[in-house]
Design a protein around this ligand. Sequence first.
Ligand SMILES: NC(=O)c1ccc[n+]([C@@H]2O[C@H](COP(=O)([O-])OP(=O)(O)OC[C@H]3O[C@@H](n4cnc5c(N)ncnc54)[C@H](OP(=O)(O)O)[C@@H]3O)[C@@H](O)[C@H]2O)c1
Length: 168
Amino acid sequence: MTTVGLIGSGNIGGTVARLAVDAGYDVVLSNSRGPETLTDLVEALGGHASAGTAQDAAQVGDLVVVSVPLKAYRAVPVEPLAGKVVIDTNNYYPQRDGAFPELDSGEITSSELLQRHLPQSRVVKVFNNIYFKGLAALSRPSGAADRSALAIAGDDADAKAEVTAFLD
Ligand SMILES: NC(=O)c1ccc[n+]([C@@H]2O[C@H](COP(=O)([O-])OP(=O)(O)OC[C@H]3O[C@@H](n4cnc5c(N)ncnc54)[C@H](OP(=O)(O)O)[C@@H]3O)[C@@H](O)[C@H]2O)c1
């Protein structure tokens, strides 16, 4: 597994891209406005980064990170993510995302919304409970005594193992 697709390349997506490049992965970034708006970030990340559409990032990513405001989750491409592990960083902020009655009632979780949208993908939630600046500053090599813990959640053991290896 060598390529990480980013759907959403803002605070969290951009930070995960930086960490992934530093760990030896290739990354393909995308956002809502188009690849031409990601030139500066691609340049800053160096030769292992490129930008495309969300469709491109979904297509070429061996592992794909969805890091958009929750209100945009329905725009995440479905077909190219079939069979793939998808990392979900989203949190629900009604003041930003608008009200989702199913979330307000506790009927479903935000990751289950994304999983329902991507029925053939395996969604694992991670990076949702760490501020992006902390994520950027606190990465440590395996075995470091001051390494942080990152919580993950999902219902597919193999997908969680794949994500854990990526975090490592
Ligand atoms: N910030 C944090 O520290 C933090 C921590 C944990 C979890 N989170 C959660 O992670 C998610 C992302 O947060 P963030 O702070 O990284 O947000 P952000 O900085 O606003 O970035 C959001 C990214 O999503 C893109 N996007 C929006 N709509 C899209 C669409 N329809 N298709 C493709 N890309 C789209 C945006 O592109 P454009 O700019 O082109 O619209 C932007 O690149 C949110 O759910 C947030 O609650 C954030």
